[in-house]
Design a protein around this ligand. Sequence first.
Ligand SMILES: [Zn+2]
Length: 141
Amino acid sequence: MPITEAHLETLNKALGQSGLRSTRQREVVYGVVAVAKDHPTADEIFARSRQEMPTISLATVYNCLETLNDCSLIRQVNFERESTRYEPNLQPHAHFYCDKSGRVMDVQLPDELFSKLKNLLPQTASVSSIELNFRGNMPQS
Ligand SMILES: [Zn+2]
């Protein structure tokens, strides 16, 4: 699926702010991650990107993902011992990792919970991000 006009605009704006320009490769990779709801790994993003651009290499996909992450267009999601996953959802939220299916689901948390968590730290601490991961088994409905 080709990148949407809206996503293209977001991409060009963010890259421009970092002094970078858009490339066809960056457009393809961002187009894939921007609509992904399943927290794909780099390998999965590579497979989806090849449907759009058969000549793209895995190394290029990794480079693009790094750039997009640096520009705060996408976010990395890490679980111990698992491959890094990527997502377009930049809002603070937690994740549930299902050990049985390997699926990763977003868990929305109330804003006040994040403030409460931050309040557990000394007042002098400045928080740039919080990672909250659940792990277990979630039968598919
Ligand atoms: Zn997520």
